[in-house]
Structure formats: structure tokens, C-alpha cells
Design a binder for this molecule. Structure first.
Ligand code: NAD
Length: 296
């Protein structure tokens, strides 16, 4: 999607933080934008901040875990703007608790939004992007937690690793249709994600013990994060070049190198039998050919 002017973007969790940064960057580039968000206050704030956008902006209150509502939002986008080209599956929530202390409710809530929301977006929007035949793009918001884990935020990390795998697999699937796919992987961003508990639905009431001391420091920690406008601009640039990975933060090079080195050091040495090697080589050739045909 080199040429984005007049194209239509749908952004989940677009009322705040990174999604809002994307909305600003996309509008500035001449796109039409739908901001979908579960929080009414975030939608109102976005509408007033972007009042200059006029008819290029449309707002929908949406819970990305509600499959029927996501399908309705896709129909509404077509009704309002005619087509949809760019899907940004960005809505996400976090919970700062180690895995062994989480409840089933914790799992269901976080995976429902961070992974289920991405799946629901794909199911409802990708058929519409395919149908008009003009190409398009799907950008899924992962995180550096799509690659790096730590002792806290275990469900979040699980969800973001899953979004990584889903995104790379989708990239192969959609290439023949001229639809690009990217994983956006930011580090720390100045956003309101530390308020995630405000969108936790009441049916997921059984909350495991969270690290309260750490939670108290979260607003301050996030204030040190990258400006979401910068993340939005970098996302747009990554979409335009169909980057597989849109990294925004330079400070992770050494940590990633160490992880990849650790993975490689776990691989066994030794010979591979010919037939098994032949299978892997044919698979690699097919992948290389498919990669060469990916939208530029
Ligand atoms: N802030 C960071 O440091 C950081 C780093 C890496 C990745 N991310 C990811 O970026 C994405 C955006 O988060 P952010 O940091 O901008 O936080 P944010 O809280 O500022 O924005 C997220 C938005 O998603 C909305 N949302 C939450 N649950 C929803 C649901 N069920 N349906 C629809 N909307 C919902 C919220 O209302 C909010 O407006 C998330 O996927 C997050 O995991 C954030």
C-alpha cells in the first residue's frame, strides 16, 4: 500500500495511545479513518482532538471480543466509506501478574482482547479487503513482548507471542491477494494501557493477585515511553513498505541478539537424512518464491 491517500483504515483501540497515534498519521496522509474503541470517553476525546478531520473520520463504539459487533462494524465501515483497505488490529489490555498466580478469568479476558480481537478483525474485514481487489494491508499490534518475556505480565506475553505467529502466517496467506501484513512491535509507549482494568468486563471478576507496588508506578513508567504519534508515523511508513516487522524502538538490538543466540545454541549439531533435507529444501524454495511475489 504505497499510495494511501483516499484509502480507508479501520483501527481498533483507536481512541487512545498507539491507535490514536495511527489515526493521526493516517488522516495526515489523506486516508479516511474509522476509530473503533470500547471506551466512550476515549472516543469523545479522539473526536474532539480530531474535529478538523470532518467526514474523513468515523467513530464506532466496539468491543473487539464481540464477534457479531465486529462484523457489524465492518459493514458500517463499508456503508460509510464504500470500502476498507487497512485493518489495524490494535486494541490491547495488560495485567501485571506472574502466570502461576493468574485465574481462568484473567486468561479469558486478556486472550479474548489481545488475541481474540485480532482474530475477529481478520474474520470480518479480510474478506471485504479481498473482495474489492485493490489490495490492502493488515497491521497487528504485537509488542517487544512478542519476542521477549519476563517474570511479570505472563498472559500478555503469551497473547503477544501468539499475535506474532498469527501475523507471520497471515502474511503468507494474503500475499497472493496483494494484501500486505505487518507485526507492529513497540517498546515502551506513553499511553493509557495502565488503565486496562477499567475495561475488564464484570463477568471476569476473579482477579489473581497483581503486583500492587509495580502497578502504582505504571503511570510514571509509561510517561517515559515513546510518543504515540511517533509510533503512528512509523507504523504508516512500515505499512507503505509492507514490512514484516515494524520495530519502533532501537533499544532492543542487544537483547534480541541474545535471545536469537540462545535459540541457535539450542539447535543440535549433526547430519540430516537426505529425504528429510529434500522436504525442507523444497519447502524453503516454495517460501522464497512466495516471498518474491509479496506486495512491495
Ligand atoms: N504502551 C506500551 O508501552 C505498549 C508497548 C507495546 C505494545 N503495546 C500495545 O499497543 C496496543 C495499544 O495499546 P496502548 O498502549 O496504546 O494503550 P491504550 O490503553 O492507550 O489504548 C488501547 C485502547 O484499546 C481500547 N480497548 C481496550 N479493550 C478493548 C476492547 N475489548 N475492544 C475495543 N477497544 C478496547 C482502550 O479503550 C484504549 O482506548 C495494545 O495492543 C498494546 O498491547 C503497548
Amino acid at each position: 500500500m504505497n499510495e494511501v491517500a483516499e484509502k480507508v483504515a479501520f483501527i481498533t483501540g483507536g481512541g487512545s495511545g498507539i491507535g490514536f497515534g495511527m489515526a493521526k498519521a493516517f488522516l495526515k496522509a489523506g486516508m479516511k479513518v474509522v476509530i473503533a474503541d470500547v471506551r466512550k470517553d476515549h472516543l469523545h476525546a479522539a473526536a474532539s482532538a480530531l474535529s478538523d478531520a470532518g467526514t474523513s473520520l468515523h467513530l464506532i463504539q466496539l468491543d473487539v471480543t464481540d464477534r457479531a459487533a465486529v462484523a457489524r462494524a465492518a459493514d458500517e465501515t463499508e456503508l460509510v466509506f464504500g470500502k476498507v483497505h487497512l485493518l489495524a488490529n490494535n486494541a490491547g489490555v495488560n495485567l501485571f501478574a506472574p502466570l502461576d498466580q493468574c485465574t481462568y478469568d484473567d486468561w479469558d479476558w486478556i486472550l479474548g482482547v489481545n488475541l481474540g480481537g485480532v482474530i475477529n478483525g481478520i474474520q470480518s474485514f479480510v474478506p471485504k479487503i479481498k473482495r474489492h481487489g485493490e489490495g490492502g494491508h493488515v497491521v497487528n499490534t504485537g509488542s517487544m513482548s512478542s519476542f521477549i518475556s519476563g517474570p511479570g505480565a505472563g498472559i500478555y506475553t503469551t497473547s503477544k507471542f501468539a499475535v506474532h505467529g498469527l501475523t507471520q502466517s497471515l502474511r503468507w496467506s494474503l500475499a497472493p491477494y496483494g494484501i500486505g501484513v505487518s507485526l507492529l512491535s513497540p517498546g515502551l509507549v506513553r499511553s493509557a494501557i495502565y488503565e486496562s482494568h477499567k475495561t475488564r468486563p464484570p463477568q471476569f471478576g476473579n482477579i489473581g493477585p497483581v503486583n500492587q507496588e509495580f502497578v502504582k508506578r505504571l503511570p510514571e513508567i509509561h510517561r517515559a515511553g515513546m510518543d504515540p504519534d511517533e509510533v503512528g508515523e512509523k507504523t504508516l511508513a512500515g505499512v507503505q513498505r509492507n514490512a514484516a516487522y515494524i520495530f519502533t524502538h532501537p533499544e532492543f538490538r542487544e537483547e534480541l541478539r541474545n535471545i536469537f543466540d540462545e535459540i541457535l545454541s539450542g539447535l543440535p549439531e549433526g547430519d540430516t537424512p537426505g529425504e528429510r533435507m529434500a522436504f525442507e529444501e523444497s519447502r524453503r524454495r516454495a517460501n522464497a518464491e512466495a516471498k518474491a511475489r509479496m506486495p512491495a
